[in-house]
Design a protein. Structure first.
Length: 264
């Protein structure tokens, strides 16, 4: 493995709700440090995370201890300015380009979300020559696939459970007088025996049913055996309800974001 393939890269994934920051060893595809916080607190929390990562990098072998960072998502300009203050000299914004090691079967791939590209890069690197289905469950839920021939096949986007609950509250007159139903913090019974639990059960069990269907569709489309990789803060709400085997990779998007640095 060359030093180009194994680096310490700062990965920043700025989502609609939460931001994730990590120090990734790209050769071993592991996240050595991770910090999560609300995206609204980027200015306050990112400097401390960068300082922690700089301490990790400073003790690394010289061939690995680069000053490289990759940013996925919005508010990239703000993140760049913060990292530059702490000596991060090479900062890249993640977006599609033709030199990536995947073929993207997607109309206007330049419009593809950075998190979906990052997940696909991880899948292609970690499971070479395998059909992989990728579930990323956050504010939105994306279900994509990478074929054994390193082709991104496209996918689907679903409303996440929080959006589903909020949408019902906002669009239904009888519910607007009630408090917004919270995301459940434990397994939801079925069937529900109150309006609140019925809504939670509909979102959680309905999402799991949709994922079961999509995995079956992908397996039929790709042919043969497919691995399912799952990530995202919302995955805990449905992982006990699905009927397929999966590999949970909590740091998948951060690792894939860092791998993008290898293709510049």
């Amino acid at each position: 493995m060359s030093s180009r393939d194994e680096q310490f890269v700062i990965a920043v994934d700025i989502g609609s709700t939460r931001t994730h920051v990590g120090c990734v060893n790209t050769g071993k595809r592991i996240c050595l440090f991770r910090r999560d916080f609300l995206s609204s607190e980027l200015d306050r929390c990112l400097p401390e995370a960068v300082r922690r990562i700089k301490n990790i990098i400073s003790s690394a072998p010289a061939c690995l201890a680069g000053r490289q960072a990759v940013i996925a998502g919005g508010r990239a300009h703000t993140a760049e300015k913060i990292m530059e203050k702490y000596g991060v000299t090479s900062i890249t914004r993640l977006s599609w380009h033709a030199r990536l090691p995947l073929r993207f079967r997607y109309d206007r791939p330049e419009t593809l979300g950075a998190d979906r590209i990052a997940d696909a890069l991880y899948a292609a690197a970690a499971y070479l020559r395998r059909n992989v289905i990728i579930i990323d469950s956050g504010t939105a839920i994306t279900v994509d696939a990478v074929s054994r021939s390193a082709e991104f096949t496209g996918g689907v986007i679903l409303a996440g459970i929080e959006i589903q609950l909020y949408g019902l509250h906002a669009a239904t007159g009888a519910l607007r007088a009630l408090p917004v139903v919270a995301i459940p913090d434990k397994r939801i019974p079925f069937p529900g025996n109150s309006t609140e639990i019925c809504m939670q059960a509909g979102a959680a069990h309905g999402t799991a049913g949709a994922l079961n269907h999509l995995v079956r569709k992908y397996r039929s489309l790709l042919g043969g055996k497919c691995l399912v990789l799952a990530t995202g803060g919302g995955w805990n709400l449905t992982k006990k309800l699905v009927d397929f085997d999966f590999i949970e990779v909590p740091d998948m998007t951060l690792i894939g974001t860092a791998l993008y640095a290898l293709y510049q």
